[in-house]
Design a binder for this molecule. Sequence first.
Ligand code: ADP
Length: 585
Amino acid sequence: MSDNAHKGSFGWLWRGYLRPHWPALVLAGIFMALEGSMLGFLSYMMKPMFDTVFIEGDGSALWLVGSGILAIFLIRALTSVGQKLILARVTSAAIYRMKTRLTAHLMRLDTSWHGRNPPGALIERVSNDTTAVRNVGNVVITGLGRDVVALISLLAVVLWIDWQWTLVALIGTPLLVAPTLLAQRFIRRATTQDRQLAQSMTTRLDEVFHGINPIKLNRLEEYQSHRFDSLAHQRVKAEVRAQVGRATVPALIDVMTGIGFFAVLVYGGREIIGGEKTVGEFMSFFTAMALAFEPLRRLGQISGAWQAAKISIGRVREFFDTTPSLTSPASPRAPGTGDITFEDVRLSYGDAPVLNGLTLTARAGETTALVGPSGAGKSTVFNLLTRLVDPNSGRISIGDVPVAEMDLAALRNQFSMVSQEALLFDDSLRENILLGQDVSDARLQAALKAAHVADFVKDFPEGLETPAGPRGSNLSGGQRQRIAIARALLRDSPVLLLDEATSALDTKSEAVVQAALDQLSQGRTTLVIAHRLSTVRKADRILVMTAGRVVEQGTHETLLAEGGIYAELYRLQFAEGENAPISAP
Ligand code: ADP
């Protein structure tokens, strides 16, 4: 992303996330202004303290001045807590709103986009880039609301005492301009690099922890540690560079203030010795300068903090600006019922053709098995039917209605998908089956029984409240699949998509899963990527696919009789026994 890809980051942030809180922000602004202006009053109090109380010896004024100073500190304490509280609420609300919206938006983006953007990169942007808002609140808004007012009030005091001294004190200011601009560019670059590295690190972590078993089995721990370590090293460099950049401006302000102090002391000190100015005036002026120091330093950090926040906001906006291309049509047709047909469907990924004029029919209410070698395009058929991808050309319909003309959500409601990779969440089994649906207990029990989930859940002490573990890791492959079948039964959609596993199930669990699937597929149009002989034999129709085309079709018997590819596959694998896969996964 170029530096200029996103102009007006603050405007965007304001419109989407801060404006809804404007009354609270106005109140916080008033508190900040009050808090900031107290510094001016404090420095002003030095004059009566020295001139009236100490030098003139007016004892009655002592109480007045003392109470004034006490009041100043009390007001500062109250307003400071008040503005921080409000700002914390506003920024936290904004951050979580942004996270929620971004997550929802990312879920709508195309499968192909997700294929190009690894989960770690998305996680990094959702969890960390969004928190840039907090920096904007703490540094930028507080800086502008409190520190600017503090400086104005202090400036009023010093101008009131002597405008010439003020000019002398500001002698070092021009020194700030050029280095500040340079530091900004430096911070921008270092921060961009740091955010990219953070994204790579999260991606790596995601890959490592999702692949923990293969990593252990292939003894890749050291290899992965090295790769992580090298990123960590680069990140240290980038972070140090960004920090140094951000520390530059406050350091320059130190230098500038030092020069100012020196100049005022030399110039103004003479006027005091000469009796032209009182000690009280000098003390007020000096106090104002001393008090200006902290707000100035903080303001010096604003540009750096803003540069860093802008990079993160830009990264978040980049995702928001991406729109899904697979969307519902403007005026969708009601989902059709009936045969599923593919007519001359072509699809390529880049230059690589995957489907070359695929034509097939899966009859309503029947079971159609897809068999063929790995890479033949069987899963692609599912992806096209459910519109995870759109074809380059050709027509895919259910009944007479092309899938592209249906509302996307309504289309996907037509399907239940059961595969070995059943997506289980780190939640109870009950939640994993219900998925937020409100289902009567009788219906749930019936589904548990039909899916043969009841068989194994009864052995768990916690029953349905048993946690499934991350990605369902507390369950066996067959159990996960049965949970998916129970889900599908409750979902009760007309079309069933099955992606069979080849090797994960032993004979006994395969028999149970098969029984559950038989229940599920009753009365539904079923498309199955078949690997088990039992499934293939029982299918009403078998479609044999190679290289993105259906090359043979028929029943087990007719295909065997034809003596083509299917017969060859069957002969090759029959020798390995009933459970041998008829095709590679
Ligand atoms: P099967 O399910 O029959 O094993 P697939 O439908 O998964 O085959 O894949 C068919 C072909 O499409 C394969 O050559 C695969 O490499 C390719 N393919 C699948 N998805 C993608 C993708 N997202 N990007 C590029 N190529 C893909």
